[in-house]
Design a binder for this molecule. Sequence first.
Ligand code: NAD
Ligand code: LMR
Length: 342
Amino acid sequence: LVRTFAPRTQNYCKNYQHHLNPQASYYKVAILGAAGGIGQPLSLLVKMSPLISDINLYDIANVKGITADLAHCNTPAKVIGFTGTSELADSLKGVDVVVIPAGVPRKPGMTRDDLFNTNASIVKSLIEAVADNCPQAFIHIITNPVNSMVPIAAEVLKQKGVYDPKKLFGVTTLDVVRANTFVAKKKNLKLIDVDVPVVGGHAGITILPLLSKTRPSMSFTDEEVQELTQRIQDAGTEVVEAKVGEGSATLSMAYAAARFVESSLRALDGDADVYECAYVESNLTELPFFASRIKLGRKGVEAFIPSELQGLTEFEAKALEALKPELKASIDKGVAFVHKQP
Ligand code: NAD
Ligand code: LMR
């Protein structure tokens, strides 16, 4: 069902065949916050994509050197740097996919919600520019707290009259990547075979791995479910603590974000078999935004998979109910932020 990102990047020569196909389409990607801990390795990974013609790197500083450096890789995508708000609009013109890792990361002892005040304004201003310059683009939001940043983006796009709920995504791919890694290790399986859907949101208990829906089908003891669920929910904090004040996950996040970009580009390119988990506007539950597995198509979210929320174990059903108040509060906080702006 889900192809992994790994084989595509590991076999660049094979992927390069795409460029020998005169019918092939190529896409333009912008990374906002490209000079950061996530932005830099993400830029490198997307430079390896056979589906990209142009990568626009935008940040408030330090873009020039990164652009010069990256442009020396002998892969086809053309790299252009844009520095500061005066160049933001140009970085977005004609772009098909905008990825936003701009904003501050956590330090030990902080929650993702503690980043709200700083990051809300950053995301709001970047989305205003996206609305003005490439309203048709897929928008991937990495900035935390994702649970609130996506509703902020939606409200800004609505105010600008260009909101397309099928094209706005909170990036939760890292939760799936982690779940796959931890489950494969615990069950001694080949990584490539394991796929765990993760639903809800992207913070603490709102991250809900549906272990009962793991592919290939397997059983877990109650202890394994407890342990794996907690590890997946706390994995971000595990990295924040290990980095002792130097930020949060950057390399695994870049890998996960690159996978989500590649999936989006394959969907834009007409691949009819692209599935990812993401945090999107949804009516699967009573919450207006909810992460779940979606089918991606040329126009964005093409379908939800309601059956994945059916037949949950008692543990999962309880956890799903327990996460709803926190997720709702984060959504409401994001919406209120936009409406209280002068
Ligand atoms: P970082 O501090 O290393 O980089 C952030 C970058 O954003 C910097 O280069 C900074 O100059 C830039 N920036 C700040 N304001 C900007 C603006 N107005 N316009 C453009 N760029 C701006 O941080 P990081 O480690 O790359 O993390 C970035 C964000 O991603 C954080 O909020 C972090 O919590 C989040 N994150 C999310 C996930 C996820 O799973 N969704 C995973 C890891 C990190
Ligand atoms: C993660 O899950 O690694 C990110 O959301 C960053 C963080 O603050 O934990």
